[in-house]
Design a protein around this ligand. Structure first.
Ligand SMILES: C[S@@+](CC[C@H](N)C(=O)[O-])C[C@H]1O[C@@H](n2cnc3c(N)ncnc32)[C@H](O)[C@@H]1O
Length: 244
């Protein structure tokens, strides 16, 4: 991979993650945590570029690494009308506006609209506005119920042919949501590279050592970041239920 391959996105992410911290407006410095990894950020950017996205959204912004990847990819597509919506209730209170400072540092703030509230309050506003998304990234509160609601609402916004990505997808709550999607909606899990066997074995061994064995989450070597393509807008009959 060379630096120009992703239209400058590689440079921006290398620089931001290489620094490892963000300078806030008040001069305070914050270490970057909770973020998608460099290869994952590149996968997000590559998906935005592949789909030629104009409209994207994410739940869970934190220090803004996923937002940075998505906004840099939108800019690389060479239009001023592209926009990204980041939904997070804690950007000011917990993160001191760090993600916005990060976007500003790379001249990307104009691509991002922050909705500062929980996704179940903010995403319905986008539905009322008639927003149509090409790409959605789910990385907010990780329990089954919140992830499920993030999916339900983002699905209302995502156009057919669009893609929805999930982070930390090997965890049971996210797995249940993905199983629901594949059994109750028309989506396709896009092919992924399996986690190397030795790394899965290491995770299993570590979980056993912690006294909380996690065989199932790692046994099939599903990576943290997965992508689902929306094949069509479809819902089953009102009383449909399939075990998932
Ligand atoms: C794992 S971090 C996101 C990391 C970010 N995507 C990145 O790659 O840098 C999870 C984020 O979800 C946010 N969050 C918590 N509850 C939420 C909710 N109900 N709706 C949306 N975001 C939420 C947290 O404030 C936190 O910033």
């Amino acid at each position: 991979m060379n630096a120009n391959e992703y239209g400058g996105v590689v440079d921006i992410l290398s620089d931001a993650l290489g620094r490892g911290s963000i300078q806030l407006l008040n001069g305070e410095s914050r270490a970057i945590t909770h973020n998608v990894t460099f290869p994952e950020a590149l996968q997000l950017a590559a998906t935005v570029q592949r789909l030629g996205c104009r409209s994207t959204a994410e739940t869970g912004m934190a220090y803004g690494i996923s937002s940075l990847a998505i906004c840099a990819a939108l800019r690389s597509l060479g239009t001023d009308v592209a926009s990204h919506v980041a939904i997070d209730p804690n950007q000011s209170s917990e993160y001191g506006g760090a993600a916005l400072a990060l976007l500003r540092q790379y001249g990307l703030e104009k691509y991002c609209r922050l909705m500062e509230g929980p996704a179940h309050i903010e995403a319905p506003k986008l539905i009322s506005e008639g927003v149509s998304l090409d790409f959605a990234f789910i990385d907010g509160w990780h329990t089954f119920d919140y992830t499920f609601i993030d999916f339900f609402l983002m699905d209302k916004l995502l156009r057919p042919g669009g893609v929805m990505a999930f982070h930390d997808s090997y965890g049971i709550p996210k797995r249940r949501v993905v199983s629901f999607i594949l059994s109750h909606r028309k989506y396709r899990l896009l092919p992924y590279q399996k986690v190397p066997a030795f790394r899965a074995a290491k995770e299993i061994a570590a979980s056993i050592k912690r006294g909380k064995p996690k065989l199932r989450p790692y046994a099939d070597r599903r990576p943290s970041l997965i992508f689902l393509e929306k094949l069509e807008t479809w819902e089953p009959n009102y009383d449909f239920y399939k075990h998932f």
